[in-house]
Design a protein around this ligand. Sequence first.
Ligand SMILES: [Zn+2]
Length: 492
Amino acid sequence: MQMSASDVGSTTPSPEPGRPVLFRNGLVLTMDDAHRVLPGTDVLVVGEHIAEIGVGLTAPEGALEIDASGGILMPGMIDTHRHMWQTAMRGYGADWTLTQYFVWYYLESGKLFRPEDVYAGNLLSAIEAIDAGVTTTVDWSHGLRTTQHADAAVDALQEVPGRFVLAYGNIQQGPWEWSTSPEFRDFVNRRFAGRDDMLGFQMAFDVTGDPTFPEKAAFEVARELDVPVTTHAGVWGATNDDGIRLMHENGFMTPRTVYVHAASLTNDSYHRIAATGGSVSVSTESEQSAGQGYPPTWQLCQHDIPVSLSMDTSVWWSGDLFSAMRTTLGADRSREHLEAHGRQDTVTHCRLRAEQVVEWATRGGSKALGLDGAVGSLEKGKKADIVLISNDRSPVMFPILNPYGHVAFQAQRGDVHTVVVNGRVVKHDHRLVGVDLAKARRSVEQTIEYLVGEMGEEAWIKGMNPDIPETKIQENPYTYTEWDAGSAQWKH
Ligand SMILES: [Zn+2]
């Protein structure tokens, strides 16, 4: 999809694909191994790659120069677990718990989704991701009832100029069923034969802990196809230590395995994850309100388990990693203080730093996905996935004193000025480039109209408004109602 300057709707120079891009004079968070922070530095993009990082670089012929002064240049952020198809239901489940989520999607209404509904959610979610500077997103796509649904999911991802990984799943069947079907094999052959780093592939399913380990067949398919598995592990009431133990005992825990949440596990499971080199995708905003367990970074750090961040689903939450960084710092520190207070102790120095969550939002993701050779940091020779955080109209963009703290606690998605994916400018001057938002809007409207029609207006409204349990107000010894003259006391 090409776009002209008139489409962008401003006098902004048109950042056509293929044109070199030179960011001028930014504060560069390289997120390289040394975590170099480079003030007043230029970043030059030629083709798909970062050609140079330095001071006073010469602009190649025809380069688009972008003033990054007063802004922060950082690697594109990476979300390792997002159910993109559910973005068609944006915000619907804001007051859900995990129980309502399971009932709505797994038991009742998930099976209503047609291929075009998966397409609609994916299209909107993919656009939303790049708009927020999330240049790589794992589409944890567990609504793929048929391979037509899967084709629709991939079609949407390929329409949007971001980097994606399709994590194939299907909550309407056991993983041992869908993964061994000829249709699934055919789909993988058709859509992922010439896999590249713009569209990766994983298999996504959960391990229930059934002692007969029926998921074994799906793990064997993943091994044969040589693709990683991502699994919701340590989800209160759904998956637990038994699932981890079965995976471990059967030899299916690998360095490429991504465990999502890992929030209600014992040390034994963390030891098994750490020993086999896997990583955990932490969705703090999700864990805090859905009930998988306490966001586990405080424990993962104690076990030296690599962390990446994710937003899970926009049926409840936002889709930007600023929120992930912010809530993860908050939850981790909250837990540290709480544990200390329980020991009558005081935390005088925070262990988890803003720098660490910026690392998790960038390198944490690239390492988890096996993409660290290509993206995750701003280094010469790497693929150019770059975010410029800059907003002249915002009182929050100065002063920038602590750049990591600024990214984690001050900046928001509205401050994402320019986004480059694989060398191509996909957002510039706060506007998406080469993206058909109107089409996404139409697609999602059709999906909502269809769902309301299928479910009926009443069920639709009810699904959004779960019953509120009664709050028991504690008896208060300081409230009195009546003076008893006989006993000369207040009566309760
Ligand atoms: Zn999830």
